[in-house]
Design a protein around this ligand. Structure first.
Ligand code: NDP
Length: 257
Protein backbone atom coordinates (compact mmCIF):
# COMPACT_ATOMS: atom_id res chain seq x y z
CA UNK A 1 0.00 0.00 0.00
CA UNK A 2 1.36 3.47 -0.91
CA UNK A 3 2.41 5.61 2.07
CA UNK A 4 0.01 8.36 3.11
CA UNK A 5 1.41 11.80 2.08
CA UNK A 6 2.80 13.78 5.02
CA UNK A 7 2.98 17.51 5.67
CA UNK A 8 6.43 18.89 6.47
CA UNK A 9 7.80 22.29 7.55
CA UNK A 10 11.46 23.25 7.25
CA UNK A 11 12.92 26.47 8.69
CA UNK A 12 15.82 28.21 6.92
CA UNK A 13 15.02 26.53 3.62
CA UNK A 14 16.27 29.16 1.15
CA UNK A 15 19.87 27.88 1.06
CA UNK A 16 22.28 25.25 2.34
CA UNK A 17 20.92 22.06 3.86
CA UNK A 18 17.40 23.46 4.20
CA UNK A 19 17.10 24.09 0.45
CA UNK A 20 18.58 20.69 -0.34
CA UNK A 21 16.09 19.00 2.01
CA UNK A 22 13.22 20.71 0.18
CA UNK A 23 14.63 19.58 -3.19
CA UNK A 24 15.19 15.98 -2.09
CA UNK A 25 11.80 15.72 -0.41
CA UNK A 26 9.85 16.77 -3.47
CA UNK A 27 12.02 14.94 -5.98
CA UNK A 28 12.57 11.77 -3.94
CA UNK A 29 10.42 9.07 -2.39
CA UNK A 30 9.26 10.80 0.79
CA UNK A 31 5.61 11.18 -0.35
CA UNK A 32 5.11 14.75 0.81
CA UNK A 33 1.62 16.21 0.56
CA UNK A 34 2.49 19.78 1.55
CA UNK A 35 5.98 21.10 2.17
CA UNK A 36 6.12 24.43 3.98
CA UNK A 37 9.49 25.88 2.97
CA UNK A 38 10.15 28.76 5.35
CA UNK A 39 12.71 31.52 5.11
CA UNK A 40 13.30 35.04 6.41
CA UNK A 41 13.09 36.92 3.11
CA UNK A 42 11.10 34.96 0.49
CA UNK A 43 11.00 37.91 -1.94
CA UNK A 44 14.73 38.68 -1.82
CA UNK A 45 17.44 37.32 -4.19
CA UNK A 46 18.61 34.94 -1.42
CA UNK A 47 15.41 32.92 -1.92
CA UNK A 48 15.45 32.78 -5.73
CA UNK A 49 16.53 29.11 -5.88
CA UNK A 50 13.75 28.15 -3.49
CA UNK A 51 11.15 30.14 -5.44
CA UNK A 52 12.28 28.46 -8.67
CA UNK A 53 11.88 25.04 -7.05
CA UNK A 54 8.45 26.02 -5.73
CA UNK A 55 7.37 26.98 -9.27
CA UNK A 56 8.22 23.44 -10.42
CA UNK A 57 6.14 21.88 -7.64
CA UNK A 58 3.28 24.37 -7.08
CA UNK A 59 0.94 21.77 -5.56
CA UNK A 60 3.43 20.70 -2.91
CA UNK A 61 5.78 23.54 -1.94
CA UNK A 62 4.36 26.49 -0.03
CA UNK A 63 6.97 29.20 0.56
CA UNK A 64 6.32 31.08 3.79
CA UNK A 65 8.07 33.94 5.55
CA UNK A 66 9.50 32.93 8.93
CA UNK A 67 12.15 34.60 11.05
CA UNK A 68 12.66 32.28 14.00
CA UNK A 69 13.87 35.13 16.21
CA UNK A 70 10.55 37.01 15.84
CA UNK A 71 7.59 35.64 17.83
CA UNK A 72 5.00 37.44 15.65
CA UNK A 73 6.57 35.99 12.52
CA UNK A 74 6.29 32.48 14.04
CA UNK A 75 2.68 33.07 15.08
CA UNK A 76 1.70 34.36 11.64
CA UNK A 77 3.44 31.42 9.93
CA UNK A 78 1.64 28.94 12.20
CA UNK A 79 -1.70 30.54 11.29
CA UNK A 80 -0.90 30.25 7.57
CA UNK A 81 0.09 26.59 7.96
CA UNK A 82 -3.09 25.92 9.97
CA UNK A 83 -5.25 27.38 7.23
CA UNK A 84 -3.71 24.91 4.73
CA UNK A 85 -3.47 21.72 6.79
CA UNK A 86 -6.64 22.18 8.87
CA UNK A 87 -7.55 19.18 11.01
CA UNK A 88 -4.98 17.01 9.18
CA UNK A 89 -2.25 18.86 11.08
CA UNK A 90 1.50 19.01 10.54
CA UNK A 91 3.39 15.70 10.57
CA UNK A 92 7.02 16.73 10.55
CA UNK A 93 8.63 19.95 11.79
CA UNK A 94 12.33 20.43 11.03
CA UNK A 95 14.10 23.18 12.97
CA UNK A 96 17.01 23.71 10.58
CA UNK A 97 17.62 27.50 10.66
CA UNK A 98 20.73 28.39 12.57
CA UNK A 99 23.61 30.85 12.89
CA UNK A 100 27.29 30.34 13.61
CA UNK A 101 29.91 32.70 15.02
CA UNK A 102 33.43 31.33 14.71
CA UNK A 103 35.08 32.66 17.84
CA UNK A 104 37.01 31.32 20.84
CA UNK A 105 35.85 31.98 24.40
CA UNK A 106 38.11 35.04 24.63
CA UNK A 107 36.79 36.45 21.36
CA UNK A 108 33.11 35.74 22.04
CA UNK A 109 31.00 38.76 22.98
CA UNK A 110 27.78 38.93 24.96
CA UNK A 111 26.06 39.85 21.71
CA UNK A 112 27.43 36.74 19.95
CA UNK A 113 26.06 34.54 22.72
CA UNK A 114 22.68 36.30 22.83
CA UNK A 115 22.27 36.14 19.03
CA UNK A 116 23.25 32.47 18.93
CA UNK A 117 20.78 31.63 21.66
CA UNK A 118 18.07 33.69 20.03
CA UNK A 119 18.38 31.83 16.69
CA UNK A 120 19.54 28.37 17.76
CA UNK A 121 17.62 27.77 21.00
CA UNK A 122 14.85 30.31 21.65
CA UNK A 123 13.80 30.21 17.97
CA UNK A 124 13.26 26.42 17.90
CA UNK A 125 11.56 26.60 21.32
CA UNK A 126 9.03 29.18 20.12
CA UNK A 127 8.51 27.38 16.82
CA UNK A 128 7.76 24.12 18.67
CA UNK A 129 5.34 25.88 21.05
CA UNK A 130 3.49 27.70 18.27
CA UNK A 131 3.16 24.62 16.04
CA UNK A 132 2.11 22.25 18.84
CA UNK A 133 -1.61 22.51 17.98
CA UNK A 134 -0.82 21.42 14.40
CA UNK A 135 1.36 18.53 15.61
CA UNK A 136 -1.38 17.44 18.04
CA UNK A 137 -3.92 17.67 15.19
CA UNK A 138 -1.69 15.34 13.12
CA UNK A 139 -1.63 12.82 15.98
CA UNK A 140 -5.40 12.93 16.18
CA UNK A 141 -5.85 12.64 12.42
CA UNK A 142 -3.37 9.79 11.96
CA UNK A 143 -5.18 7.13 13.96
CA UNK A 144 -1.84 5.25 14.05
CA UNK A 145 -0.45 3.75 17.25
CA UNK A 146 3.02 4.70 18.58
CA UNK A 147 5.27 7.49 17.32
CA UNK A 148 6.69 8.20 13.90
CA UNK A 149 7.79 10.95 11.55
CA UNK A 150 4.78 10.12 9.39
CA UNK A 151 2.52 10.85 12.38
CA UNK A 152 3.94 13.80 14.38
CA UNK A 153 7.61 14.58 14.91
CA UNK A 154 10.03 17.42 15.53
CA UNK A 155 13.60 17.07 14.29
CA UNK A 156 16.01 19.68 15.58
CA UNK A 157 19.14 19.98 13.45
CA UNK A 158 22.00 20.08 15.91
CA UNK A 159 25.75 19.50 15.54
CA UNK A 160 28.43 17.26 16.99
CA UNK A 161 29.94 20.57 18.17
CA UNK A 162 27.16 20.60 20.79
CA UNK A 163 28.36 17.28 22.19
CA UNK A 164 29.93 17.75 25.62
CA UNK A 165 31.63 14.35 25.61
CA UNK A 166 33.66 15.11 22.48
CA UNK A 167 34.78 18.70 23.27
CA UNK A 168 38.25 17.56 24.28
CA UNK A 169 38.89 16.07 20.83
CA UNK A 170 37.17 18.74 18.74
CA UNK A 171 37.60 22.09 20.53
CA UNK A 172 40.96 23.14 19.11
CA UNK A 173 39.83 22.24 15.58
CA UNK A 174 36.68 24.36 15.79
CA UNK A 175 36.22 26.54 18.91
CA UNK A 176 32.96 28.45 17.96
CA UNK A 177 31.96 28.82 21.61
CA UNK A 178 28.56 30.51 21.21
CA UNK A 179 27.53 27.95 18.57
CA UNK A 180 28.66 25.00 20.69
CA UNK A 181 26.89 26.30 23.81
CA UNK A 182 23.70 27.05 21.87
CA UNK A 183 23.63 23.60 20.20
CA UNK A 184 24.16 21.96 23.61
CA UNK A 185 21.19 24.09 24.75
CA UNK A 186 19.16 22.91 21.76
CA UNK A 187 19.98 19.32 22.71
CA UNK A 188 18.67 19.85 26.25
CA UNK A 189 15.59 21.67 24.92
CA UNK A 190 14.86 18.64 22.74
CA UNK A 191 15.15 16.20 25.63
CA UNK A 192 12.87 18.39 27.78
CA UNK A 193 10.31 18.52 24.96
CA UNK A 194 10.54 14.76 24.57
CA UNK A 195 9.78 14.24 28.27
CA UNK A 196 6.95 16.74 28.34
CA UNK A 197 5.24 15.69 25.11
CA UNK A 198 5.68 11.93 25.20
CA UNK A 199 2.09 11.61 26.36
CA UNK A 200 0.95 13.52 23.25
CA UNK A 201 2.73 10.93 21.06
CA UNK A 202 4.94 13.58 19.44
CA UNK A 203 8.43 12.32 18.61
CA UNK A 204 11.51 14.52 19.20
CA UNK A 205 14.94 13.80 17.72
CA UNK A 206 18.20 15.63 17.10
CA UNK A 207 20.22 15.21 13.96
CA UNK A 208 23.84 16.05 13.16
CA UNK A 209 24.00 16.43 9.37
CA UNK A 210 27.76 15.89 9.01
CA UNK A 211 30.32 18.48 7.95
CA UNK A 212 28.79 19.76 4.75
CA UNK A 213 30.03 22.32 2.22
CA UNK A 214 27.47 25.09 2.73
CA UNK A 215 27.92 28.73 3.72
CA UNK A 216 28.10 27.57 7.34
CA UNK A 217 30.17 24.43 6.78
CA UNK A 218 32.65 26.25 4.52
CA UNK A 219 34.60 25.06 1.50
CA UNK A 220 36.63 22.54 3.52
CA UNK A 221 33.52 20.57 4.50
CA UNK A 222 33.73 16.83 3.93
CA UNK A 223 30.80 16.47 1.53
CA UNK A 224 28.39 18.38 -0.68
CA UNK A 225 24.86 18.86 0.61
CA UNK A 226 23.10 16.41 -1.78
CA UNK A 227 25.08 13.39 -0.53
CA UNK A 228 24.23 13.86 3.13
CA UNK A 229 20.72 15.12 2.64
CA UNK A 230 19.74 12.01 0.70
CA UNK A 231 20.78 9.93 3.68
CA UNK A 232 19.17 12.35 6.17
CA UNK A 233 15.84 12.15 4.35
CA UNK A 234 15.82 8.35 4.44
CA UNK A 235 16.41 8.50 8.17
CA UNK A 236 13.80 11.20 8.69
CA UNK A 237 11.25 9.12 6.82
CA UNK A 238 11.74 6.13 9.07
CA UNK A 239 11.86 7.65 12.58
CA UNK A 240 9.87 5.75 15.22
CA UNK A 241 9.71 5.82 19.03
CA UNK A 242 13.06 4.04 19.05
CA UNK A 243 14.64 7.34 17.99
CA UNK A 244 12.59 9.45 20.41
CA UNK A 245 15.14 11.61 22.28
CA UNK A 246 18.07 10.33 20.19
CA UNK A 247 21.02 12.43 18.99
CA UNK A 248 21.36 10.95 15.50
CA UNK A 249 23.85 11.34 12.70
CA UNK A 250 22.88 11.41 9.04
CA UNK A 251 24.43 7.93 8.58
CA UNK A 252 22.24 6.04 11.02
CA UNK A 253 24.41 6.23 14.13
CA UNK A 254 24.27 8.30 17.32
CA UNK A 255 26.47 11.06 18.75
CA UNK A 256 27.61 10.89 22.39
CA UNK A 257 25.99 13.58 24.53
P1 NDP B 1 23.63 27.84 6.20
O1 NDP B 1 24.39 28.91 6.90
O2 NDP B 1 24.04 27.46 4.84
O3 NDP B 1 22.07 28.20 6.21
C1 NDP B 1 21.48 28.67 7.38
C2 NDP B 1 20.01 28.90 7.12
O4 NDP B 1 19.42 29.36 8.33
C3 NDP B 1 19.75 29.96 6.05
O5 NDP B 1 18.64 29.59 5.29
C4 NDP B 1 19.45 31.20 6.88
O6 NDP B 1 18.64 32.15 6.23
C5 NDP B 1 18.68 30.54 8.01
N1 NDP B 1 18.51 31.43 9.16
C6 NDP B 1 19.47 32.00 9.92
N2 NDP B 1 18.90 32.77 10.86
C7 NDP B 1 17.55 32.67 10.69
C8 NDP B 1 16.43 33.21 11.33
N3 NDP B 1 16.56 34.07 12.35
N4 NDP B 1 15.19 32.87 10.90
C9 NDP B 1 15.05 32.01 9.87
N5 NDP B 1 16.06 31.49 9.19
C10 NDP B 1 17.31 31.81 9.60
O7 NDP B 1 23.70 26.56 7.17
P2 NDP B 1 23.61 25.00 6.82
O8 NDP B 1 22.62 24.79 5.78
O9 NDP B 1 24.96 24.49 6.67
O10 NDP B 1 23.09 24.43 8.22
C11 NDP B 1 21.78 23.91 8.40
C12 NDP B 1 21.71 23.28 9.77
O11 NDP B 1 22.70 22.24 9.90
C13 NDP B 1 21.98 24.25 10.91
O12 NDP B 1 21.14 23.96 12.00
C14 NDP B 1 23.43 23.97 11.28
O13 NDP B 1 23.73 24.31 12.61
C15 NDP B 1 23.50 22.47 11.05
N6 NDP B 1 24.84 21.97 10.82
C16 NDP B 1 25.51 22.26 9.67
C17 NDP B 1 26.77 21.73 9.46
C18 NDP B 1 27.54 21.97 8.21
O14 NDP B 1 28.66 21.45 8.09
N7 NDP B 1 27.01 22.72 7.24
C19 NDP B 1 27.42 20.87 10.47
C20 NDP B 1 26.62 20.62 11.64
C21 NDP B 1 25.38 21.15 11.79
P3 NDP B 1 19.22 33.52 5.57
O15 NDP B 1 19.59 33.18 4.16
O16 NDP B 1 18.06 34.45 5.65
O17 NDP B 1 20.39 33.94 6.38
Amino acid sequence: MAAQPVSVLITGSNRGLGLEMVRRMVEGTFTVGKLFACCREPEEPGAEALQALAKLHPDVIVVLRLDVTKPCSIKHCAQQVGSVVGTGGLNLLINNASMLVKATLQETSTEDMLNSFSTNVIGPMNVIKEFLPHLRAAVKASGMPGMSSRKAAVVNISSFLGSMETVQQSYSLFPAVSYRVSKAGLNMLTLCAKEELQKDEILFSLMHPGWVRTEMGGAEGEVDAPENVQSMISMLASLTEEQNGAFLTYYDSTIPW
